[in-house]
Ligand binder design. Structure first.
Ligand SMILES: *Cc1c(COP(=O)(O)O)cnc(C)c1O
Length: 355
């Protein structure tokens, strides 16, 4: 793929690396590529970051035909920049787009676009410990029309945002509320895709949880509201009596996290028995009360691992490991972040170094 580069005339001042937060600052350039039914993908370009214009009748504003991805670029101690399994994000975006009847970007073009944009913006990859450059590819329909149909034009954009250490003072367990009324995904729906609409529908549950003093929502299955599926933007794993339980991804209601897949690979390597399947919230709470629920943690690109210190389901509350981060949770965090930031050897071939 040929990518045209148009450099910004003025570069922004870089933000303080100790106060980056998440998704607040954007770099000087973005990648843009258009799709037309008669031409396919065209005009791949890296241009100054800035507003995009659209007709008020642009279909995405009405029917939410939009998908996105999230990955990171990491700076190693030697100053090299590396990506983590970018092909997994490329393939997942293809699956999302197929479900939403949107065009797909070939895996090698997706990875090339990410790579070239990050190279142009390499000075934006922060140096402070545990900081990174968050990469947000997204696609939406641009056709100006009010018909509900596959559009005849789409736009694919990648923007970059330097993000801070998720845990500036070490892993910090969160409190999670099991949502027993609202659901996130149903079989046959779009739960396995990263499409904007899924997240719009989840905000109400998030607000309900926050009002009760919880940070995240644990969603149950959409049919029986009986089996645990995942958390806001994370998959979730449970260590019960020495074995690992997590929802399966094959019924299409749970997002196939890259972090999830990486964690399961590492856990198998360490000899853990993994149960990918149904775990009922009743069994989970029971394990919480009889002492066999040893650790609970969310997995996702933003936080890598998020330890859970408390679970609430209706009026039932369980504390996990005295509210402290579990030993395995910490070890998984250290191992995966070690690979991502190049501090420990990557025997899996997951890292992708930019030259
Ligand atoms: C993005 C996301 C995840 C985590 O995926 P990663 O590839 O590990 O970042 C999990 N669940 C949902 C709903 C998500 O949107």
């Amino acid at each position: 793929m040929e990518i045209r580069i148009e450099k910004a005339a003025n570069l922004k001042e870089k933000p303080d690396e100790t106060k980056l937060g998440f998704g607040k600052y954007f770099t000087d350039h973005m990648f843009v590529m258009d799709w037309y039914r008669d031409k396919g993908w065209t005009d791949a370009r890296i241009v100054p970051y800035g507003p995009i214009s659209m007709e008020p009748s642009g279909v995405v504003l009405h029917y939410a035909q939009e998908t996105f991805e999230g990955l990171k670029a990491y700076r190693t101690d030697e100053g090299k920049i590396q990506l983590f399994r970018p092909d997994m994000n490329a393939k997942r975006m293809q699956r999302s787009n197929e479900r939403l009847c949107m065009p797909t970007v070939p895996v090698e073009d997706f990875v090339q676009a990410v790579e070239e944009l990050v190279k142009v913006e390499q000075d934006w990859v922060p140096h402070e410990k545990d900081t990174s450059l968050y990469i947000r590819p997204f696609m939406f329909s641009t056709e100006a029309s009010l018909g509900v149909h596959m559009a005849d034009s789409y736009c694919f954009i990648i923007i970059l945002s330097p993000v801070g250490a998720y845990y500036p003072t070490g892993l910090d367990p969160v409190k999670i509320l099991v949502e027993d009324e609202l659901v996130r995904a149903v079989k046959g729906g779009t739960g396995f895709t990263k499409c904007g609409g899924n997240y719009a529908g989840s905000i109400l549950g998030q607000i309900k949880a926050e009002e009760k003093g919880y940070t995240q929502v644990l969603w149950l299955d959409g049919e029986e509201r009986k089996y645990v599926e995942e958390v806001g933007t994370m998959n979730i794993m449970f260590k019960i009596d020495g074995e690992i339980y997590t929802a399966a991804i094959d019924n299409g209601t749970v997002l196939a996290g890259v972090t999830r897949d990486s964690m399961l690979t590492i856990l198998r390597d360490w000899g853990y028995t993994i149960h990918e399947g149904r775990l009922s919230v009743d069994d989970l709470m029971k394990a919480g009360h009889d002492g066999t629920l040893e650790e609970v943690f969310g997995t996702g690109t933003a936080a890598v691992v998020s330890p859970v210190g408390e679970l609430r389901y209706k009026d039932d509350v369980v504390q996990i490991g005295d509210g402290k981060t579990g030993e395995l949770t910490q070890k998984l965090y250290d191992t995966l972040t070690g690979i991502q930031w190049g501090r420990i050897e990557d025997k899996y071939g997951w890292t992708y170094t930019l030259d």
